[in-house]
Design a protein around this ligand. Sequence first.
Ligand code: GLP
Length: 259
Amino acid sequence: MRLMILDNREKAGAWAARYIAGRIKSFGNSEPFVLGLPTGSSPLVIYQEMVKMCRAKELSFKNVRTFNMDEYVGLPKEHPGSYHRFMMENLFDHVDIDPKHIRILDGMAQDKEKECGDYERAIKSAGGIELFLGGMGGNGHIAFNEPGSSFASRTRVIDLAQETINDNARFFDGDLSKVPKSAMSVGIGTIMDAREVVIIVTGKNKARALRSVIEEGVNHMYPLSCLQMHANATIVCDEDATDELRVGTVRYFKSMEKG
Ligand code: GLP
């Protein structure tokens, strides 16, 4: 696993955006580039940079198909707290992606099990995910795979941990009662199947979880530690997120990037 440490949130986001844009460009057009995407505050800088690059014609989503990681159960697409709305407002409305190539789990689906199974099948028939971009929750979760999730898990309905409900209340006027209690999410197995995984982690509030993910063993109580078992994974972080890492760990990863 690679750990890329940048000075701050802006630089980390810009690095990740440029990296992904480079991957999309060098992929060619013979097959669609299948990109997994997250929501949350961590990827915001990445999306802003991608929009800028598209406007400057340095990046195009014409050959990109996307699959989002997760969605709340019970929120219609138009709801201001839904991940559908988040993605439209922060990325899709501003880039040249064909709307037919955007896939996000439907939190209002009548048959949720079928919706989850269809999602897995759609990813497979698109050729699998080339690059899964993700964030990390303060408790080490990835997508909505809460601590204790099986590393073999696939797309499914998940009850949210209280910590996640508390963290995400900021997107619901700070009102805990408005935060959905369950969500649909790709599984850890789904993420591990991607040919490449890039995770953006910024801020001091992520430092403890990042230490567990990087310095402790693979542990289902810190779901993102699954990355230690992935052959092509990068965590992009800012200095603040490294606050709880050992000095030696930071030096090691920084020296790797200097070559
Ligand atoms: C939510 C999302 C995750 C995201 C996490 C972190 O729980 N389901 O995919 O990584 O929040 O969010 P933030 O980047 O806002 O800290």
